[in-house]
Design a protein around this ligand. Structure first.
Ligand SMILES: Nc1nc2c(ncn2[C@@H]2O[C@H](COP(=O)(O)OP(=O)(O)OP(=O)(O)O)[C@@H](O)[C@H]2O)c(=O)[nH]1
Ligand SMILES: [Mg+2]
Length: 341
């Protein structure tokens, strides 16, 4: 399935049904009063978050959603049938905005969260409402309220507890494939990962949690270099980040360079995201010469962020204790996600 995390849709509620003009005509009652029923209400368009959907890709095929109109009122005071509501399903984590002014309509975070996006028109009043003591035979009724049409921008922000960020090739996907159920593509060229991968991490006796591996960032990503920063929004809802660093790429003279440049990109994207707690993971410790780099890095970074772990995602060294560390941190904070993982 294609990963699509943005879509524009048009929603249209049903119009209210017309009120009816009618007079009571029965045997032996030659001139009955007005008995035109009201029009039925138009259907609403509702947007509903469901866990079953993972992307917005189904909106590439259909962008217009219209609820049913209300039926017209009828004689004998019969109210017209209400139009059926239309429920449009989208993945949990979708933010719904007005496409014109960008105003937030609702953040549909959890399975079952619902918002009425377009309200159905009220039905028009039948002529019976317009009879007065001086005007007993009103020959008019009200029209229903017309439908409401809105253009909505949908933005998916994945739901994950922990996000893995770092340069391309740092080993992010290798790590997620080691600690979770996810099996992303792993390769020695940059930008192997083109869409975010979610993996569920299970480790008894801790509650399960979700880790997101997003495409690599590069210096200048905020100006569009590489894949840009757009995938960062998928780690905005996380509790904390794993900042993954490839030990073999560090320069001893400027050991924190890559670390700072990734953080600068985060800051460009959102200061709030750059303030999120990070665990620094120095990866590829199986490679020669990396021990010295790790030491230099630890010394330089000790005051900024002492939560540093050294692993080899490839051989698995240090990975199980890291997994336990993550599980414990998550258990302390409590996963914000649904328990049915
Ligand atoms: N020697 C060694 N190689 C590793 C280690 N972890 C990952 N690699 C290799 O590094 C390369 C990149 O790994 P990926 O997991 O695809 O890296 P990534 O960070 O997901 O890269 P992008 O998806 O491009 O951002 C692959 O060839 C991996 O086999 C490690 O601990 N040691
Ligand atoms: Mg990858």
């Amino acid at each position: 399935m294609r990963f699509i995390d943005e879509a524009v849709i048009i929603v249209e509620s049903g119009a209210g049904g017309k009120g009816c003009v009618s007079f009571r005509r029965e045997k032996y009652i030659p001139k009955g009063g007005p008995d035109g029923g009201d029009g039925g209400k138009g259907g609403d368009v509702l947007l509903k978050a469901v866990n079953r959907l993972r992307t917005l890709s189904h909106f590439s095929f259909r962008q217009r959603f219209r609820a049913e109109n209300g039926s017209s009122g009828k004689g004998k005071n019969k109210t017209g049938k209400s139009g059926k509501d239309l429920i449009v399903e989208l993945p949990a984590g979708t933010i719904v905005k007005d496409a014109e002014d960008g105003g937030l309509l609702k953040d549909l975070v959890r399975d079952g969260d619902t918002v009425v996006a377009a309200v159905g028109g009220r039905g028009g009043k039948g002529n019976r409402h317009f009879a007065t003591s001086t005007h007993r035979t009103p020959r008019f009724a009200q029209d229903g309220v017309p439908c409401e049409t809105l253009t909505l921008k949908l933005e998916l922000k994945l739901l994950a507890d922990i996000g893995i960020i770092g340069f391309p090739n740092a080993g992010k996907s290798t790590l997620i494939s080691r600690i979770s159920s996810a099996r992303p593509k792993i390769s020695s060229y940059a930008f192997t990962t083109l869409i975010p991968n979610l993996g569920v991490v299970k480790l008894d006796p801790y509650p399960p949690f979700v880790v997101a591996d997003i495409p690599g960032l590069v210096e200048g990503a905020h100006t569009g270099t590489g894949l840009g920063l757009r995938f960062l929004r998928h780690v905005e809802r996380t509790s904390f980040l794993i900042h993954m660093i490839d030990l073999t790429t560090l320069e001893p003279d400027d050991i924190l360079k890559t670390y700072h440049s990734i953080n600068a990109e985060l800051e460009h994207f959102s200061p709030a995201l750059s303030r999120k707690n990070q665990i620094i993971i120095l990866n590829k410790k199986d490679q020669p010469g990396t021990e010295e780099m790790a030491l230099l890095f630890q010394q330089a970074a000790a005051e900024i962020n002492p939560d540093i772990r050294i692993i080899s995602a490839l051989t698995g060294e240090g990975v199980s204790s890291l997994k336990e560390h993550l599980a414990r941190l998550m258990a302390e904070q409590g996963s914000s996600l649904s328990p049915d993982l």
